[in-house]
Ligand binder design. Structure first.
Ligand SMILES: *[C@@H]1O[C@H](CO)[C@@H](O)[C@H](O)[C@H]1NC(C)=O
Ligand SMILES: *[C@@H]1O[C@H](CO)[C@@H](O)[C@H](O)[C@H]1NC(C)=O
Ligand SMILES: *[C@@H]1O[C@H](CO)[C@@H](O)[C@H](O)[C@H]1NC(C)=O
Ligand SMILES: *[C@@H]1O[C@H](CO)[C@@H](O)[C@H](O)[C@H]1NC(C)=O
Ligand SMILES: *[C@@H]1O[C@H](CO)[C@@H](O)[C@H](O)[C@H]1NC(C)=O
Ligand SMILES: *[C@@H]1O[C@H](CO)[C@@H](O)[C@H](O)[C@H]1NC(C)=O
Length: 366
């Protein structure tokens, strides 16, 4: 690192007139200080920085590849009216007792991208489920591309972030790619990308973010997938009841339904739900529902067992049983009454009581 640094200084010295820095002392205690300590400049903008040292030195200056200097005592003001360079070098130094102390000013010259475009690489039209596709985000004319972060989105969910390792300082156009595998859940989802220039706290706030103008709504083709159990239990149903067989499925394109019905049965149906208002004995048997689209098909089989309607029979039995129970109860009550109630009185008492009751009013009336 240090050797590279010396090499840089020496190579600069060969073509910068009046440059006489030979070597910087890395262990220098009081290095010149730049304010601000780091510059982030938009290409074409003015900029400036000040270099200060603690004492007045005979040799105190600033090397630069662009800009003007104003020296005043222990400060040097460096100024650029229009930052037209991409890779700029600024170094402040002083000499003291055969030692040279230097500091370089880190400068980032940036340019926001002209545009960001999004596409599926080498593909247009609908996607197939379970295949791999490549998302492509093209960022046009951005500098420095090293500071760019590209994010791919599926709806509002970030899928991944990418960064370039190209160290070019001038504006470049770069293509970022991300592979995805499609599933049926991707149908109708929007894909897009975003480019952010990450320039740190000295950079523009909020950071520059550009979204792709294109947002691609994916159409994913997939074979029918049942929303009902694929192996329904045997259905036992009573004559006269309604029957519904449901083989609803989702798919893209929308699936079509074909029913294969037991012989001697109903009209063919193209609906996802087969409805019989009132089941008759001939409706028993195996029903097959075939769901299909261009991507594939799936079959559901229903076994329907029709039972004769025994409710009228049960009602008759219940009525007879009820009648028998009521009759039995009545007979029981009568017998009970006869035995325990009537038995307490002799028939003679009953007649005597009756006779008295009858006799008394007659007497009174007379
Ligand atoms: C800066 O320089 C560039 C190229 O020389 C020029 O196009 C631009 O207008 C200048 N900007 C200002 C603010 O002077
Ligand atoms: C130098 O700086 C001092 C104070 O820091 C100021 O008074 C003086 O005007 C400056 N001289 C020039 C030439 O800018
Ligand atoms: C994909 O597109 C790129 C250009 O975007 C092209 O260079 C490449 O050959 C294409 N690949 C296939 C497999 O079509
Ligand atoms: C960038 O870095 C990745 C690994 O981090 C590497 O695979 C790729 O080749 C590099 N690209 C360039 C242009 O150096
Ligand atoms: C996509 O599927 C392929 C195989 O079909 C697999 O190798 C790859 O890792 C998958 N990629 C992602 C992002 O799931
Ligand atoms: C058929 O099943 C689907 C999925 O479970 C359900 O949404 C739909 O309401 C059912 N249709 C009928 C008529 O029961």
């Amino acid at each position: 690192m240090f050797l590279c640094y010396i090499f840089l200084i020496v190579s600069l010295a060969t073509y910068l007139p009046g440059f006489h820095v030979s070597s910087c002392d890395e262990n220098c205690a009081d290095k010149p200080v730049f304010t601000p300590s780091r510059l982030v400049v938009k290409h074409g903008d003015p900029t400036s920085a000040t270099c200060s040292v603690k004492n007045v030195y005979e040799i105190f200056s600033l090397e630069k590849s662009k800009g003007d200097l104003t020296t005043n005592g222990t400060k040097i003001l460096w100024k650029v009216q229009n930052m037209t360079e991409w890779d700029i070098f600024v170094m402040c130094y002083y000499e003291h007792a055969d030692h040279q102390c230097c500091s370089t000013l880190p400068i980032t010259v940036y340019k926001p991208p002209d545009s960001v475009s999004f596409s599926f690489r080498n593909h247009s039209g609908p996607l197939l489920e379970g295949h791999q596709y490549t998302l492509q985000c093209e960022v046009h004319n951005v500098a420095p591309v090293e500071n760019l972060i590209v994010t791919f989105y599926r709806g509002q969910t970030a899928l991944g972030q990418l960064q370039s390792n190209n160290t070019e300082k001038k504006p470049v156009t770069e293509i970022f790619t991300l592979n995805i595998n499609t599933s049926k859940e991707d149908d109708g989802v929007q894909y897009w990308c975003e480019a952010e220039l990450e320039l740190g706290p000295e950079g523009p706030q909020p950071p520059i973010v550009l979204s792709s103008h294109q947002r691609i709504r994916a159409t994913v083709l997939y074979k029918p997938q049942l929303l009902v159990p694929p192996h329904p239990d045997q259905i036992t149903i009573t004559e006269g009841s309604p029957l519904q067989l449901n083989c609803t499925a989702v798919g893209n394109p929308s699936p079509s339904y074909t029913w294969v019905l037991p012989p001697s049965s109903l009209l063919p149906s193209n609906s996802n739900v087969l409805t019989i208002k009132s089941v008759a004995s001939e409706h028993g048997g195996q029903y097959t529902c075939e769901v299909s689209n261009i991507m594939g098909d799936v079959t559901v089989m229903f076994h329907v067992d029709v039972k004769p309607n025994i409710i009228p029979f049960i009602v008759t039995i219940a009525a007879l049983v009820g009648l028998a129970v009521i009759s039995g109860l009545l007979i029981g009550v009568i017998l009970y009454y006869k035995r325990y109630r009537m038995g307490k009185y002799s028939m003679k008492d009953v007649f005597r009581l009756k006779a008295q009751h009858v006799a008394v009013p007659i007497i009174e009336k007379i």
